[in-house]
Design a protein around this ligand. Sequence first.
Ligand SMILES: C[S@@+](CC[C@H](N)C(=O)[O-])C[C@H]1O[C@@H](n2cnc3c(N)ncnc32)[C@H](O)[C@@H]1O
Length: 214
Amino acid sequence: MQRRISHLLRKDDERWTFFRQWLKHPLSIAAISPSSQRLAELMIEELPPGARRVVELGGGTGVFTRALLKSGIAPADLLVLELNEELHQHLRRRFPAAHVVCGDARQLVDIAQRSGYSDGGPADAVVSGLGLLSMPRPLQQSILEAAFGVLGPEGRFVQFTYGPTSPVAKEVLETLGLGVRRAGVAWRNMPPATVYVYTRHKSRGLKPRSMRTP
Ligand SMILES: C[S@@+](CC[C@H](N)C(=O)[O-])C[C@H]1O[C@@H](n2cnc3c(N)ncnc32)[C@H](O)[C@@H]1O
């Protein structure tokens, strides 16, 4: 009973932290409350089979972080990026063993190198909680380029959206040689959210950094 009460209190506290940051930075936070557990489960179901190394973009209060760790991803194999300093501090307190960095998703390749995360090899998946739908195309493109710069050849970029279609512009997908698949809907999320999975087209997809010619 006591555990249940402290769980509910922590959830309320996290919702309040998130809401306060949304009031201050509505555009970058892009949602008024953290994602639901069900959405976190749907995102995790889309990790490639046997996924070991995962990057999370826009950790927020850590709904996906917690689910990733619970699914068996080791803290040392998880890199979480969060732009907002207060949310970053929150994530560091909650997940002291994971690599949690305050930084911009566009700088992911540099951050992964500087933090030592890249030393362990490429990532199997990037799980994104970013509000991609409301971002201009050049920003979407820079973020996806950075994400596929740390992903291995078979790596996946898993993203949710509140919109009715893929949140990444078609032109961006074509420029980067990416394909997209609609994976599932979390109807009970507020608002309902759809999960999309992006992968490289076999023949012309963006190559991982390690395979690109200088
Ligand atoms: C919609 S919230 C999602 C939070 C959490 N993943 C969830 O699902 O509850 C988006 C998060 O991305 C962060 N963010 C926005 N732009 C970012 C960027 N360029 N790099 C890293 N994080 C960013 C925001 O601060 C916010 O915490």
